[in-house]
Ligand binder design. Structure first.
Ligand code: ATP
Length: 639
């Protein structure tokens, strides 16, 4: 979003500028911002006369009722955000205003004392605050500029409006039309750049919701595809994610974050294709990474609520004269399978959800790829905050210098490189839901005490100042490290450890699962859509493997196999990754065994399994589903 805040000028400077402009017809270019000056010029050309009082013509109650009905949806979508701004406005003594796309005020709520003052200058429902009706003001000027704008005191065109300072930003619908304007107004002393940041933040949320409203049903029917992406995987699903909507090959809608990411304006809609933006040559599943032509990689999600439907969509809306494959081709790709938990893990998920509902922080321990995040997401799905955010933060993946700002957020201009509009921070993004702190053992020591304070006080203080905001979050952390040992060695604060690990759960590595064969079959069905069973020789080789990368490695191998098999190639063991090709297949034990041959056969199976496990008795025992001492005993009898 283009920044539209004007540089604050002192009251005196603005007074001089007014005098020059309105009395001497001079252009005080160095005294007020370009935005304000251009607005004054527009208003003068429209015939406004600053020496008079503005003409206010509120609509009648019947008209206002109709306007409320007409904008019922917009008002409903904005309700939660207006409420949160209203809480903010109450403490600073201001009001929150929602106008329609013509600047007519639909709602004005907040501090009653200031509301009275604002009503005195007609900032109340039923009055049009367009530039054409009432001169320079944040709502009207933001509508003309199509970007966020601040107008303080004497910068308003008309004298009486100098009691106001306002920060307003337009709400864009997914096709780039303005749906309305949200404004925070107060006295000159209380409305700051921070107010504009807050308005922009809540508008992010509103616009995010407008997408679901506009395209949710069509996405369910499979008429369109909604591609959600971000450079940070943990921001997928939040209001900061980028969204592009494709109908066939054609980009038909976008949010501002996405337009910024693809360096295009609203005019890109309807005339930009998928492969004009992203590198092709691959296929898109439900989630993964995508590369821009510039080389930048982003994480994406392509939710498919109604199953694969793109071929139909592509047929309905082909982009003419295109030779290259449409996104339909990219998107009919290998899906990411849903996790399959064993009975014990399912029971653990249920218990963990109960603990989370009781606000008891959980620490999940497990090897890399053992499904800690998948487990935490399942817990979220079972918990009472299932419809609230799940925000995952990988403490090892965010550069140390950025963790603090990513977690706690920052005020505008808090540090060099900070986004102009500031950032809410992931802790606040998780408000009401679950914050998943992955690789917590890698959290820099210096930050640990700040995190502890947030967990204790339940409020976040953004970098660069600002007021603390309350946060209501439940915390699940995960690690593959021995945090207790780290804590003993002085690398991890013991008080934070005990705070986070009020209950610890350990996820077993994949190699210990005794139902590897049905698990592999179940995942294979998901990645292939159940088109053909996995050949026995491939399955047994996979069942005999150690899976040091756990589920991540298994899912990767199955998806790769499915991708290789789509061209009609037999998914035999020759298509498995090298490490798996070296494995001796698990001996088949399912056939009935003739009486008398049992002993002999048992020993064969044990010997072969031991060999497949490279002589590792513990591993072989787990594979065979017997305990180590039993295997040892049998092996001794074999000598
Ligand atoms: N029970 C399961 N069944 C099938 N797939 C699973 C299961 N658990 C996890 N996966 C898949 O394995 C991959 C890795 O899972 P996940 O990211 O949850 O592991 P992790 O332990 O958090 O990894 P890391 O240690 O690297 O943070 C994901 O693609 C996930 O969907």
């Amino acid at each position: 979003m283009a920044t539209g805040s004007t540089t604050p000028q002192s009251t005196d400077t603005v007074a001089v500028a007014r005098q020059q402009f309105f009395s001497k017809q001079k252009v005080p270019a160095s005294l007020v911002s370009r935005t304000i000056l251009q607005s004054w010029l527009r208003c003068s050309q429209l015939g406004h006369d600053a020496s008079r009082d503005p003409t206010v013509e509120p609509v009648g109650p019947q008209y206002l009722r109709e306007a409320h009905e007409q904008h019922e949806m917009l008002r409903r979508l904005c309700q939660a955000e207006i409420e949160s701004l209203r809480r903010e406005a109450r403490t600073t003594g201001g009001i929150v205003v929602l106008s329609d796309a013509n600047g007519m005020v639909l709602d004005a709520v907040g501090d009653t004392a200031f509301a009275g003052k604002a009503a005195g200058v007609a900032l109340r429902p039923g009055v049009a605050w367009s530039e054409a009706s009432i001169g320079t003001n944040a709502i009207g000027t933001a509508l003309v500029e199509r970007r966020p704008v601040m107008v303080r005191g004497g910068e308003h065109f008309y004298e009486p409006h100098r009691v106001l300072s306002c920060a307003a930003a337009p709400i864009f619908d997914p096709r780039g039309a303005i749906a309305g304007v949200l404004d925070l107004s107060g006295s000159a002393a209380t409305i700051s750049r921070q107010s504009l940041s807050m308005v922009r933040l809540v508008i992010d949320q509103i616009e995010h919701r407008l997408f679901d409203q506009a395209f949710g049903n069509r996405a369910d029917r499979g008429d369109i595809e909604m591609l959600r992406f971000h450079t940070e995987r943990s921001l997928l699903g939040t209001a900061r994610e980028c969204i592009l909507v494709f109908e066939g090959d054609r980009l038909i809608a976008a949010n501002r974050h996405a337009l910024q990411a693809i360096s295009r304006g609203w005019d890109a809609l309807g005339r930009t294709s998928f492969d004009a933006l992203f590198d092709g040559g691959g296929s898109l599943g439900e989630e993964g990474t995508l590369r821009f032509h510039s080389g930048e990689t982003v994480h994406y999600r392509l939710p498919r609520r109604g199953g694969p439907t793109l071929p139909a969509a592509a047929a309905r809306a082909p982009v003419p004269a295109r030779e290259r494959p449409s996104p339909a081709a990219f998107m009919t790709a290998i899906p990411w399978p849903q996790p399959i938990f064993d009975a014990q893990t399912l029971a653990d998920v249920e218990n963990a959800a109960r603990l989370v509902d009781a606000d008891i922080p959980l620490l999940i321990h497990g090897e890399t790829g053992s499904g800690k995040e998948a487990f935490a997401r399942a817990v979220h799905g079972k918990s009472r905050c299932a419809d609230k955010p799940f925000v995952a933060v990988n403490c090892a993946a965010i550069p140390e210098s950025l963790i603090e700002s990513e977690l706690f957020g920052y005020e505008e201009g808090a540090f060099t490189g900070a986004r102009r509009q500031g950032s809410r921070g992931l802790l606040r993004e998780a408000h009401g839901g679950i914050l998943f702190l992955d690789e917590i053992g890698d959290m820099p020591f210096a930050l640990q005490s700040r995190l502890l304070r947030v967990l204790q006080d339940r409020q976040v203080m953004p970098l660069g100042g600002g007021r603390p905001s309350p946060v209501d979050i439940r915390v699940i952390s995960a690690t593959h490290r021995d945090i207790e040992a780290l804590s003993r060695q002085g690398h991890f604060r013991p008080d934070l450890y005990y705070r986070l690990a009020q209950f610890t759960m350990t996820l077993n590595p994949l190699r210990t699962r005794t139902d590897l064969v049905p698990l592999i079959d179940g995942l294979w069905r998901q990645v292939t859509g159940g088109s053909a069973p996995l050949p026995e020789e491939t399955r047994s080789r996979m069942a005999a493997y150690d899976w040091p990368g756990n589920y991540r490695e298994l899912v990767g191998a199955l998806r790769a196999l499915a991708a290789l098999a789509t061209s009609g190639t037999h998914p035999g063991p020759h298509l498995l990754p090298t490490a798996l090709r070296r494995i001796q297949p698990m001996p088949a034990v399912a056939q009935p065994i003739e009486t008398g041959l049992l002993e002999h056969h048992t020993r064969d199976v044990m010997r072969a399994t031991l060999e497949a496990c490279g002589g590792n008795i513990s591993l072989a025992a787990r594979r065979l589903g017997i305990n180590r001492s039993t295997l040892y005993r049998h092996l001794q009898r074999l000598q």
